[in-house]
Design a protein around this ligand. Structure first.
Ligand SMILES: [Zn+2]
Length: 434
């Protein structure tokens, strides 16, 4: 099997705690890594995420990152057309340093590729909620989505420009070969799990339909979305009518939205398909199309900007959702505006009870969307709950799926025996880096 890349992600605090040189030694010798990248903007997410404690960090047992701080130096001039400005770490051991430069210098000295990831939220969502509520996503009733945290809407001109500028700026001013993102797009609302009433014989195991109905609990219906949708010729009144109805069906119970209760029970408790939902509620289909057009436009603007900054930059989308089309991502639509896609499936850490059924099918879905001119990178977990056996099985499975690269998730919480198992697994199927 020939691939071009074995990538590994690092956080600024990993570099501060373990030292970039030591980490590079470990990843290159144990895993044959030839691509190192920094998660240069990270949302607040406890590390390690899937276990209590770090196993190879002498400085601390766990870490609680700040909300969406930027860990490299940005050029403020690139943000002159947006009210949003990059915010930096206020922690003593991290602030004032360009952690991306530290990573890229080490990578270059060792002949690896270098990259940067801008993670789920690239602006502090607490600040956004307090200072710029008009930039946050709204549900069909006009309420903030996820009101404890908030989610920015890319259709707001300031947000759109900030997101574009963040990608442009870091590629322009740092020595990176690729820029990866798992940016949160439109809120999917979540799965509406079961009918309010159900009996054992009801067909309630319908993830697709439950997630499609869940879109009615997501966003966005803000003023910027309304203006953009109308400008593009979408029937906003139809969208509002159908999405309001579906919102009530999704939430109906014996005590709330009672008029919609039987529709809830009979939709989620029968074997009706999602196609019927789309026929019956044309506003739902329009809403999904509008969101895909919005995100495709964002990707197009980012793609053009990063290639303006550096001709041969690799713009990589990091797929992290089960139903991308319910969040505005259509692989066929974004294909012209990405250079590669990483699929961040971490089945290994859940015991791979499906023998990688989901991982295989997701990789094929992405390949179907992006074709063969764009590169597909398969991720795998080297974290707790994975085992050396599962890692070997995962590599054997992925080895049959025509991927162009592998990506480890993530070094900070990896177990050393998992890193060694990865090397043994790629040697076992004769993986060659070209
Ligand atoms: Zn919006």
């Amino acid at each position: 099997m020939f691939i071009s890349e074995i990538a590994a992600s690092l956080y600024p605090w990993d570099l501060a705690d373990e030292g970039m040189s030591h980490i590079a030694d470990e990843l290159i010798s144990r895993c044959k890594v030839n691509s190192l990248y920094l998660v240069g903007v990270m949302h607040f997410e406890k590390r390690p995420l899937t276990s209590l404690f770090y196993t190879h960090n002498k400085a601390r047992k766990y870490y609680l990152p700040e909300n969406s701080r930027v860990y490299y130096k940005a050029d403020e001039a690139n943000f002159k057309n947006t009210k949003l400005k990059p915010r930096y770490s206020e922690r003593e051991f991290l602030k004032g340093k360009d952690w991306l430069d530290i990573l890229t210098r080490e990578g270059r000295a060792r002949g690896t590729k270098t990259g940067i990831e801008l993670s789920h939220t690239i602006f502090d969502t607490d600040v956004a909620r307090n200072e710029h509520p008009e930039m946050l996503q709204r549900n069909v009733l006009g309420n903030l989505i996820n009101d404890t945290q908030g989610l920015l809407c890319s259709n707001h001109p300031d947000v759109h420009e900030y997101q574009r500028a963040m990608f442009y700026d870091v590629v322009k001013n740092h020595d990176v070969d690729f820029i990866q993102t798992c940016l949160l797009t439109f809120s999917q609302g979540g799965s509406v799990k079961a009918p309010w009433f159900y009996d054992t014989w009801m067909d309630i195991n319908k993830a697709n339909l439950a997630h499609l109905l869940g879109v009615a609990l997501g966003g966005c219906f803000c003023d910027s979305c309304k203006a953009k949708a109308k400008g593009w010729g979408f029937d906003w009144e139809l969208i509002l009518r159908d999405m309001t109805t579906l919102h009530k069906i999704a939430l109906a119970s014996a005590y709330r939205y009672q008029d919609y209760l039987m529709e809830n029970n009979l939709t989620l408790g029968s074997n009706v398909t999602e196609s019927m939902l789309l026929f019956e509620y044309p506003g739902l289909a329009e809403f999904l199309k509008f969101r895909i057009k919005s995100i495709t436009e964002l990707f197009k603007d980012i793609y053009k900007s990063v290639h303006e900054a550096k001709d041969d930059i690799d713009f990589r989308y990091n797929n992290h959702v089960r139903f991308p089309e319910y969040s505005g991502i259509s692989f066929k639509d974004i294909a012209p505006y990405v250079d590669s896609i990483r699929d961040s499936d971490y089945t290994e850490q859940t015991g791979a009870k499906d023998d990688f059924f989901y991982k295989r099918n997701t990789l094929l879905k992405i390949r179907r969307g992006i074709g063969f001119d764009k590169r597909l990178i398969a991720a795998l977990a080297v974290r707790p709950n994975a085992t050396p056996e599962l890692i070997r099985r995962s590599i054997a499975v992925v080895g049959e799926l025509g991927v162009d690269g592998l990506s480890l998730g993530h070094y900070d919480c990896s177990h050393i025996e998992h890193l060694d198992a990865f090397r043994e697994a790629i040697e076992a199927i004769n993986v060659q880096l070209v």
